[in-house]
Design a protein around this ligand. Structure first.
Ligand SMILES: [Zn+2]
Length: 259
């Protein structure tokens, strides 16, 4: 006896439904990562980073310190960086001399850039027993050619992203590639206010994303450019703790990708 047409139609719609369900679930399992944050600091404010760590370790936080200007570091800076690394933070690179990569490579060439800015950076830290696996561009100045070259030497390369009106359109969420972009949390940035940062965090939580932040010098009160207030860092850490988000370092993003 032939099946009634209604049964055939129901079976077809179930099949179509299942097809779309499997497509959408494939999309969601693109990354096995859990929502979280990567907090990065640039330049060489080692004393202030150490001080911030003393205050924020109650959150079991993890940060990535992207260090530049190696020749300006003191012996005590180096030992403080090692201590930070031993506590689970990542020490990353930010240029041997903090050159503007885009401009320098344009005026000279990419080989020269690697020779004066990247190889000495990797070598100097290696001599101190610190292996640099991630890199943040000074001034966020980058090119695709440099990205391609730097990928040969680092696992994750961080640029900068602006905070737009619509958080969903921001480039500051980890996108599953080795090129990541951070959003600035120093107090002087145009997009910056605590409510905006909260919105970014809430978006990450809701959509299972990892936000990448970048800052420079942590202080109780910011009075200049390149300063992040401790209350901003506390707000982020509180949010992570209260919402079961996770702290990641930059290089950990690469291992998530491989999972
Ligand atoms: Zn910098």
């Amino acid at each position: 006896m032939p099946k009634p047409i209604s049964i055939i139609l129901i079976s077809i719609s179930l099949l179509i439904g299942f097809f779309f369900y499997s497509c959408s679930s494939t999309k969601n399992t693109n990354s096995n990562s859990k929502a979280g944050v990567v907090i990065t600091f640039d330049d060489y404010f080692v004393n202030e980073w150490k001080e911030a760590d003393a205050q924020l370790s109650i959150y079991n936080w993890k940060a990535t310190f992207c260090v530049s200007d190696f020749e300006k570091l003191t012996t005590s800076d180096i030992s403080n960086l090692k201590a930070l690394q031993n506590k689970g933070h990542e020490i990353a690179g930010h240029g041997f001399r903090h050159l503007n990569a885009k401009e320098f490579a344009k005026r000279n060439n990419k080989q020269q850039y690697l020779k004066v800015e990247i190889f000495p950076l990797i070598e100097a830290f290696k001599k101190e027993g610190i292996e640099i696996k991630s890199f943040a561009y000074p001034f966020g100045a980058k090119t695709q050619t440099l990205d391609f070259e730097l990928k040969k030497h680092f696992e994750i390369i961080r640029g900068t992203a602006k905070g737009g009106k619509k958080v969903a359109d921001n480039a500051n969420f980890y996108n599953g590639t080795r090129l990541a972009n951070g959003i600035g949390i120093d107090s002087n940035y145009e997009h910056f206010d605590l409510n905006y940062i909260k919105k970014v965090l809430q978006y990450a939580k809701k959509h299972n994303k990892i936000v990448i932040f970048y800052a420079h010098k942590p202080l109780e009160k910011a009075t200049n450019e390149y300063e992040v207030e401790m209350k901003t860092l506390q707000l982020i850490c509180e949010f992570v703790k209260n919402n079961q988000l996770q702290f990641y370092t930059l290089k950990e993003l690469n291992s998530l990708k491989k999972r």
